[in-house]
Design a binder for this molecule. Structure first.
Ligand code: 8YV
Length: 318
């Protein structure tokens, strides 16, 4: 008999098809309220990086054995509640690191050189009226990374090839040559570009607030590929509108898929739909890893990628 699996997130077909082939899949919501009696037999829960897996949902699932997350981030999962019941949680680290770091550089270059606005300029025929305004140089600029975990480190490696001067902040210094700041304010005051690759969760909520944006200043650019919750979106919209910040590029938002309406009106912000890890190759690798975790669990074997033990880690495990 195929084990019962509850799927509470929208997943790519290349994963859903495999889940349906190997398991008895129930489609449900984050509340689990609609499941009724079917909840009693759910042995695995499939979520994504944005899913909220609350204690209340876990309480509805008495036979739950494992939670598998399609994504590296799992800040929406109540890991402590799961742990208390001995339910392991797995995620998909490493396989998406390159894509997210590539995309961070794409956004950084894209906003600094105003690629999206320049594209519109050409399409709308404005070029005939004169040249496009000058943009901001990237090579050799100062880069601050908020959260020097796997993804932050991969961003730093890429930025090194652009001769950028790299600094970072996080809970503790790491054995690297980049300059460390314990305070995000001090980091922001010292750099031209601030890239957020930090985990979400209560510890990092609105870490990037109005005062950090002011420290970054009118020549500064913010990029976020971590979690939307890390940036105070209303404060960011205000800083951009008042030109207290040069620009921002965001792949993640506080209330996805909704975007703060003021941001939509500004041309000094580049907006993308949480797509940093969304390449065919990486989504296949993430699906492989998620399926491998499920398979290992039901075969009684060690899990390939359980989440790390320290769940208070605010900025370093992504
Ligand atoms: C995914 C992510 O877009 O890995 C994460 O934490 O946020 C992204 O890679 C997402 O989890 C898949 O829906």
């Amino acid at each position: 008999m195929k084990p019962n699996v509850l799927k509470i997130a929208r997943l790519p077909d290349l994963l859903s098809e495999r889940l349906y082939a190997d398991y008895r899949v129930l489609e449900g919501s984050e509340s689990g309220a609609e499941l009724g009696a079917a909840a009693a037999d759910v042995r695995a829960l499939v979520a994504n990086g944005e899913s909220r897996v609350s204690r209340e949902l876990l309480d509805r699932l008495p036979a739950l054995e494992i939670i598998v997350v399609f994504g590296v981030g799992y800040d929406g999962v109540d890991v402590r509640a799961a742990e208390a019941r001995g339910i392991p949680v797995t995620h998909t680290p490493d396989v998406l690191t390159d894509d997210v770091a590539d995309f961070a550089m794409t956004l950084l270059l894209g906003i600094a050189r105003r690629v999206a606005v320049a594209d519109r300029f050409v399409r709308e025929g404005a070029w005939a009226g004169g040249p496009f305004p000058f943009t901001r140089k990237v090579s050799g600029a100062r880069l601050g990374i908020v959260g020097l975990g796997r993804i932050g480190s991969a961003i730093a490696r890429r930025a090194t090839a652009f001769d950028m001067l790299i600094a970072y902040c996080g809970r503790r210094p790491r054995p690297v040559d980049y300059r460390y700041f314990a305070s995000v304010h001090e980091l922001a005051a010292q750099v031209d570009f601030l890239v957020v690759s930090a985990n979400g969760g209560a510890d990092t909520r609105h870490l990037i607030d109005a005062s950090v944006l002011d420290a970054l200043g009118p020549e500064g650019i913010l990029v976020n590929v971590g979690r939307g919750s890390v940036v105070d979106e209303a404060a960011l919209a205000g800083a951009l509108a008042e030109r207290r910040l040069l620009g921002a590029a965001l792949d993640v938002f506080e209330d996805e898929p909704r975007v703060h309406p003021r941001l939509l009106e500004l041309d000094n912000v580049l907006l993308t739909p949480h797509m940093a890890s969304a390449t065919w190759a990486t989504r296949r690798a993430m699906a492989d890893l998620l399926m491998a975790n499920l398979r290992a669990h039901f075969a009684g074997q060690p899990l390939p990628s359980p989440v790390p033990g320290d769940h208070r880690e605010p900025t370093s495990s992504a």
